[in-house]
Design a protein around this ligand. Structure first.
Ligand SMILES: CC(C)(COP(=O)(O)OP(=O)(O)OC[C@H]1O[C@@H](n2cnc3c(N)ncnc32)[C@H](O)[C@@H]1OP(=O)(O)O)[C@@H](O)C(=O)NCCC(=O)NCCS
Length: 144
């Protein structure tokens, strides 16, 4: 498995992958703007065509996973797990003491993955997503 930094020219491919994974996809331009934000950790797996990617933003001592997406035909191969592990390690190196994320309570695959990677359940944000589902906040403490 080869994990590397996302470069701006790759945003078109990642936008397609993202649109295939989420009801409201991000455009290549939106992705490129996110990549340029301070504290952004952006990693993808697979070359030349990315099979999955993750965006994680570190602000002071807190990191947030903004998105994690693996192409449908490449799921169940450990790519999501590897991307998440790498992003969390890099966030810690960048000074994060904790990492949090939001995930739909209906997204069993993602909740299982996050739990496996050491995230614990926090609060609920009611009716958070367009489909009416609640968002579960999950957090992983890296150091006290
Ligand atoms: C969630 C997602 C990123 C998982 O990626 P993946 O590469 O298939 O996950 P991995 O192969 O690394 O799986 C790691 C662990 O997650 C859990 N998992 C993954 N898919 C699962 C599924 N469909 N059902 C239950 N558990 C699942 C398992 O515990 C798995 O470990 P195991 O294979 O040893 O049992 C992928 O399904 C995806 O892109 N979904 C659409 C986008 C999305 O929901 N992103 C998260 C938004 S918060």
């Amino acid at each position: 498995m080869i994990i590397h930094h996302v470069e701006k020219p790759g945003c078109g491919t990642l936008a397609q992958l993202h649109a295939d994974c989420f009801p409201r996809g991000w455009s290549a331009l939106e992705l490129a703007e996110l990549l340029a934000e301070p504290g952004m950790i952006s990693l993808s797996e697979g070359r030349p065509k990315a099979r999955g990617f993750i965006l994680c933003r570190v602000v002071l001592d807190e990191a947030e996973i903004l998105t994690l997406a693996v192409a449908r035909e490449c799921r169940g191969l450990g790519i999501g797990h590897a991307l998440l592990d790498q992003a969390v390690s890099r966030a810690e190196l960048a000074g994060a003491k904790s990492v949090f994320l939001e995930v739909s309570t209906r997204n069993e695959a993602a909740i299982t993955l996050y739990t496996k990677c050491g995230f614990v359940r926090g609060g609920l944000r009611r009716d958070y997503y367009a489909d009416g589902s609640d968002a579960l906040v999950m957090e992983k403490t890296l150091r006290e």
